[in-house]
Design a protein around this ligand. Sequence first.
Ligand code: ADP
Length: 614
Amino acid sequence: MTEVRRIITRRVLSYKTSRPLTSRLSPTFSNGRERESYPPQSLLSLQPVDLRMEFRRRALSKPHRSLTPAGAFPAKSGSSTRVQASDALPLPIRHTNKLFSVLFMASMYYLMCRWREKIRTGAPLHTLTLSDIPAIVGFIASLVYLISFFGIAYVQSFVSSHYDEDDFLLSSDQPAPCPLTCSKKSPLAAESLFGDDEEIVSAVVAGKIPSYVLEAKLGDCRRAAGIRREAISRLTGRGMEGLPLDGFDYSSILGQCCEMPVGYVQLPVGIAGPLLLNGKEYFVPMATTEGCLVASTNRGCKAIALSDGAVCVILKDGMTRAPVVRFATAKRAAELKFFLEDPRNFETLEIVFNRSSRFAKLQGIKCSLAGKNLYMRFSCLTGDAMGMNMVSKGVQNVLDWLQNDFPDMDVISISGNFCSDKKPAAVNWIEGRGKSVVCEAIIKEETVRKVLKTTVPALVELNTLKNLAGSAVAGALGGFNAHASNIVTAIYIATGQDPAQNVESSHCITMMEAVNDNNDLHISVTMPSIEVGTVGGGTQLASQSACLNLLGVKGANSDSPGANSRLLATIVAGSVLAGELSLMSALAAGQLVKSHMKYNRSSKDISKALPPDS
Ligand code: ADP
């Protein structure tokens, strides 16, 4: 192991002094960009090559379309880059055109000089010297190129009144095809289909056009969604009248948030608050269809505010990813474990890992073995991003790098479930994932009585029997609470978090104790794995970013990267505290069923609602 360490240290020193580290990293992440556009590219790879070639051929055959400079397919929506004829050529179009034009002129000039010389010297015209042959070949090749490029396009512009199978995709009144690029505005009125669209719908229904290429082919995301929706309706024989189509910017989700859209689901957003947390007030947006949830959280917020507010502390911050690798023997797997966990190697590994982003900061690697299989749980800071992509890139860097010294290491998967993402797992409960947070408040006896309509002893007893003993009886994993996931999920949906991460983000132990001579209530929620971000994923979408803005945590925090996402985690915990307080009080007061019967089955004023069930 000492030898391995020495080799690696030597290599890292050479990194620092000679070649850039990026040259040794995986091809996927080695281009030095902060964020790879791999979702769009992976989408692009779904498109059949022949379809792409078809675009290019058509672009060639339509001289009235401007042939903009060649470039890669745009990764971000809203880009104006289009598919060009040059995409089908090994060089950009302007270069190939120049090359063949120069070749044509040069070879013609040479052949004419030779012709004049032969006439002057009286030599027979058909005799060729060695230097004449390449000139003739060059002349013919450039002539064929120039005729096929300009000539065919020119002729087609006059004679192509007939279109074949999908010519309608390029009719002049529609946007040029631009894979993974969509215009913001739709030329279509709601629900209406133009004549051309009718043909596309039929082609999709008949399976001639795959549904997933519509955005790329049409260059208009709203139109693509409308056509897809109509095709699905015809295929299933079922309408989607209740699912709205208009009023959503489909280009904002392209290659990023959702594929093959046909509309969007409407969810009401309620506001609970003000939540008085660490001396500041927050109005908390909650997207939910569960009656009483917002009202209940709101009541908890009121109780907290009347008791001088809650205090929240971030205990730990680190997103995790754990690949699984296999060796021929358990001994070799153990060797890598010892190497990774040796503090003397940390600096080296940190340099390799942190190349993934300027926000990525490796914090530690925890290893676990199952025979000859090794699971390495990398943990890192990810700034204001929730950070799954960032941490995955860092892990990939390290795996590529380790391969040099552990060539017998067989990488099975970048994720080996020891991470553990979106699954109940003790590792998150014990070690934490994302933000580990504790939040507390002391609720005055009077507030417990007047606002929560119960007593401190009743709450403490109920908490012990339900959240602690009851959950133990149930064999709970991180579920020592009344309904943390209710609040977590509602805030996650409103603010563009990944709602599937509510699994571990809702891990919570709620504690209650009588304090101040048994008069007041000390309540706390401890949540070890709140996974939130304020950049990336769904956070950039209009509605979600409006909710983040309401909380004052929209986007990246430029002064202190990570401050926005950490503040959001504290707001989640504070809101959970409010939710726990209110529901537990309702249960203690025996109001729950009454409350649900009253407000979940009627249209009465919800502001007077009692708390919901868990
Ligand atoms: P996620 O994994 O949560 O989807 P990513 O790691 O993919 O997030 O993306 C975050 C992107 O946002 C990165 O490209 C990063 O460079 C960029 N970014 C800009 N500002 C910040 C910030 N303050 N914190 C984190 N990432 C930031």
